[in-house]
Write a protein that binds this ligand. Structure first.
Ligand code: NAD
Length: 480
């Protein structure tokens, strides 16, 4: 069985413990590879390597850093099919989605930051005729980048690309549920000629390997994407050490549909925003609010389209929904469906675990599920489920829609459907979320800020926000 290895100081290494964790293919429910069960000894080695590599990498001319990173992006494109297949097997997502979204976005992320550093500028302030101030941005040092399982290579690259482009060296930890594409990526780093120690990838459990990265005094900044509970733990560890922290956390995103919307577009896109990647995208709109005059019509069309979705083998091109990432996650999502029923929810379609016939009979599949009849305060509508489950609720006024949208502790993203431009501006301003899409969903310009309010996170990624996170700002004042 294939053994994944850590990538430390440019070499591939077994974990110090010599212990491995099982890596499951969730579409068949079987172990197919082994993951290093790394601990603080591996993290110490990785931080040492990153510290040694920092002086040379951080002072390499931007063009040279850019060239290496662009080579890496080219290699990802070359290996598109191989990486997409690996992502699908590791995560359970449809291979067609990985080929269309995950892998191309990984190379796009790298290319974006690799070229962004060729176009930087800095501020100068002239203080009357007395002094000149100029501001420098220097890489902060060794960065810890910790990523989740839902968009494995995509989100790993979203963190390490700005860090490396900025001149930091990195200790990265992908999720222990989906380590394969980061492992394949580490091989591409060698091929691209990334100097040893610049990127180190330590695989293993969050509470062990991840926690050791957060605790290590040699790591100056932590960029984390994952659950809100984990984010709190990392903040509790890293904040008293005055590490710079970027936390991209959970969501419970509203999808607000006004009666004057472009109906066909709203329904079709809501299918995507509800069930793409089995609903395992932090930006999925899991609470759908529909203005009452449109409610019945929307529900009917939405249920019909949902029933037409193809659930099953992620390796088949016609599949819309693959497997959930793990047996434990499937169990969690099913327990929320149970909770919804206990709370008085009515299941309009779905609600069941599925065992497809053939190859995937033991996989972790759940039908796309639509629930109505719940109020906004119940657990189903307050807690992040992170699966193919949405609720639909009617509303009567714009004020009520805004109140419903803002009724959770989260504030990551929101979607709004209306043809009324003034209303679009008013509601966008009033909804408390870091990202708002009007008449679209997941339309991303990599230059724009990305991140959440309230318990959805601290800080912003994307564009200059991401680069600046990895840079330390200094002002130099010269008396004339
Ligand atoms: P998770 O918090 O369980 O794990 C994320 C990563 O943190 C993993 O690599 C894990 O090993 C590591 N980790 C766990 N405990 C740790 C600790 N004590 N110290 C350091 N690292 C630790 O999240 P998950 O289940 O992998 O991902 C799903 C969650 O991620 C959802 O809540 C989802 O909303 C969120 N998410 C947010 C965004 C965003 O941009 N805001 C994007 C994707 C996913």
């Amino acid at each position: 069985m294939e053994k994944i290895l850590n990538y430390i100081d440019g070499a591939f290494e077994a974990p110090c413990s010599d212990q491995y964790l099982d890596n499951y293919d969730p579409s068949i429910g079987k172990v197919y590879s082994l993951i290093p069960d790394s601990d603080e000894r591996d993290v110490n080695k990785a931080v040492d390597a990153a510290t040694r590599a920092f002086p040379a990498w951080s002072t390499l001319p931007a063009q040279e850093r850019s060239n290496i990173l662009q080579k890496l992006a080219d290699l990802i494109d070359r290996d598109l099919d191989k990486l997409a297949l690996a992502e699908s097997v590791d995560n359970g997502k449809p291979v067609s989605l990985a080929r269309r979204l995950d892998i191309p976005r990984a190379s796009a992320n790298i290319r974006f930051f690799a070229t962004a550093i060729l176009h930087t500028s800095t501020e100068t302030h002239i203080t009357d005729a007395e002094a000149i101030n100029y501001t420098t941005h220097a890489p902060i040092g060794v960065a810890g980048c910790i990523s989740p399982w839902n968009l494995p290579l995509y989100l790993f690259s979203w963190k390490i690309a700005p860090a490396l482009a900025a001149g930091c060296t990195v200790v990265g930890k992908p999720s222990e549920l989906t380590p394969m594409t980061a492992f394949l990526f580490s091989k591409l780093c060698v091929e691209a000629g990334l100097p040893k120690g610049v990127l180190n990838i330590v695989h293993g459990l969050g509470a062990k390997a991840g926690q050791a990265i957060a605790e290590h005094p040699g790591v100056a900044a932590i960029s984390f994407t994952g659950g809100t509970v984990t984010g709190k733990k990392i903040a509790a560890t890293a904040a008293p050490m005055f590490k710079k922290l970027s936390l991209e956390l959970g969501g419970k995103n509203p999808n607000i549909i006004f009666a004057d919307c472009d109906f066909e577009n709203a329904v079709a896109t809501s299918i995507q925003s509800s069930f793409a990647n089995q609903g395992e995208i932090c930006l999925c709109g899991s609470r759908i609010f529909v203005e009452r005059p449109l409610y019945e019509k929307f529900v009917e069309a939405f249920v019909k389209k949902t029933k037409a979705l193809v659930l099953g083998d992620p390796l088949l091109n016609e599949t819309n929904l693959g497997a959930l990432v793990s047996a434990a996650h499937k169990q969690k999502v099913m327990s929320y469906i149970q909770t919804a029923k206990q709370e008085g929810g009515k299941i309009l379609t779905g609600g069941n675990a599925v065992n497809p016939t053939g190859r995937c009979a033991e996989g972790y599949f759940i039908e796309p599920t639509i629930i109505t009849g719940l109020n906004e305060h119940c657990r189903t509508n307050q807690e992040e489920i992170f699966g193919p489950v949405v609720t639909i609720m009617p509303f009567d006024t714009e004020a009520e829609a805004i109140a419903l949208a803002n009724s959770t502790p989260y504030g990551l993203s929101a979607t709004l459907w209306t043809e009324n431009l003034k209303r679009a501006h008013r509601v966008s301003a009033a909804v408390k979320s870091g990202i708002l899409w009007v008449n679209c969903w997941l339309f991303r310009d990599l230059r724009t800020p990305f991140g959440g309010m309230k318990q959805s996170g601290v800080g912003r990624e994307g564009g200059w926000h991401a680069l600046k996170f990895f840079l330390e700002v200094k002002n130099i004042c010269i008396k004339l």
